[in-house]
Design a protein around this ligand. Structure first.
Ligand SMILES: Cc1ncc(COP(=O)(O)O)c(C=O)c1O
Length: 362
């Protein structure tokens, strides 16, 4: 235990310690089951109960209405980049609007282009992906099937402070902020997230989809790419990622114990404020990538005055057990991912280190 450090990795990322302990405790033998979760059939009664409880937890936490399906799929978020347009716009006389606010939505738009007609209605490329659009900047295309957004751009640390107000159903990649705050599900046709940041381990992707979107799925698609077929079989068209679903159950149990998503949101805002206040007080020594209004409370992306100092910062941080602070290879600098499971003490330790480092090196 003493070897665990404060891990600021963007994903796979820190998991709540009680979740890891519970999984450790149950790894050799799931209570009443006589075998490990890793060893039992996905058709077993025990796994059936885990799947049903995970779904119930997700429905409760995100307040998902009954006319939405909850699925646990494979292939990561990147598969959804293609599967969504493949099911919703391919081979139909309909297009989709895309809001490009960073690397992940850019990639989603480029994958979508392989499947059908898309309209990029906002692209912050020129400014270097530092902000989200204001509602009045979003002119949707009449007849478009959906408006695609990435709620939180993990790499740039740019986040919608609230859901954009548009006259189309939102399709949202919430990979790096799922379960970090309450959402208004009724605005969404699809809300999805890979698990390995805020919801569990790599290998399972949570997809929440309104029934009319499920119904739009192309009948001509191979089964594993058809939402309709996946939903009909309750994520059990083939062997689902059983261990990932089990861990997501433990994570969502833990979230309920923490008081649910409003309580989580308040904790997350407070943790992020600790870092941003230190950054703002550093007289420009630390510079945040995002414009102030769009700063992410999940991924704090910043840089120091030189690459040399960036390196020194990351090296010296290790001595304080603060690890994985490097920015994404495409933007450099630093990134502190402070997901739900990052304890406040970890953020305080990083803040204190940042203040000291700036004093010595400014
Ligand atoms: C917002 C966002 N979307 C998509 C992805 C890609 O997810 P995956 O690696 O599961 O395909 C990531 C991170 O890896 C992400 O942060």
């Amino acid at each position: 235990m003493s070897e665990r450090k404060y891990n600021f990795s963007a994903g796979p990322a820190v998991l709540p310690l009680p979740v890891l302990k519970k999984a450790q405790e149950e790894l050799l033998c799931l209570p009443g089951c006589g075998a490990s979760i890793l060893e039992i059939s996905h058709r077993s009664k025990q796994f059936g109960e885990i799947l049903a409880q995970t779904k119930a937890n997700v429905r409760e936490l995100l307040n998902v209405p009954e006319n939405y399906k909850i699925m646990f799929l494979q292939g990561g978020a990147l598969t959804q980049f293609a599967m969504i347009p493949m099911n919703i716009i391919r081979n139909r006389e309909v297009s989709a609007d895309y809001v490009v606010t960073g690397n992940w939505s850019k990639k989603a738009a480029s994958e979508a282009k392989t499947q059908g007609k898309i309209n990029v209605i906002f692209d912050d490329k020129e400014e270097g992906y530092v902000r989200k659009p204001k509602d009045e900047e979003l002119r949707t295309t009449p007849g478009a099937a959906y408006c695609y957004i990435c709620a939180n751009e993990t790499i740039e640390g740019v986040q919608f402070q609230k859901e954009p107000n548009v006259d189309l159903p939102l399709v949202c990649d919430a990979s790096s902020e799922i379960f970090s705050r309450p959402v208004n599900m009724e605005k969404y046709g699809i809300l999805y997230a890979c698990a390995q940041k805020n919801a569990g381990p790599a290998g399972v992707t949570l997809v929440i989809m309104r029934d009319d979107f499920v119904e739009m799925s192309g009948d001509d698609l191979p089964s594993m790419f058809s939402y309709k077929k996946l939903a009909e079989k309750d994520s059990m068209l083939n062997t689902p990622p059983t261990f990932g679903i089990y861990i997501m159950k433990l994570v969502t149990d833990w979230l309920k114990e923490q008081g649910g998503l409003q309580a989580m949101y308040e904790k997350n805002l407070e943790k992020a404020k600790l870092l941003y206040d230190a950054i703002d007080a550093s007289n420009g020594f630390y510079r945040v990538h995002a414009n102030k209004e769009y700063r992410s409370f999940m991924n704090v992306s910043f840089r120091l005055p030189s690459e040399e100092l960036d390196k020194k910062f990351q090296e010296e941080a290790k001595a304080y057990d603060l690890v994985s602070l490097n920015g994404h290879r495409s933007v450099g600098g630093e990134r502190a991912s402070i997901y739900n499971a990052m304890p406040r003490e970890g953020v305080v330790a990083l803040r204190d280190f940042m203040v000291e480092f700036a004093k010595k090196n400014a």
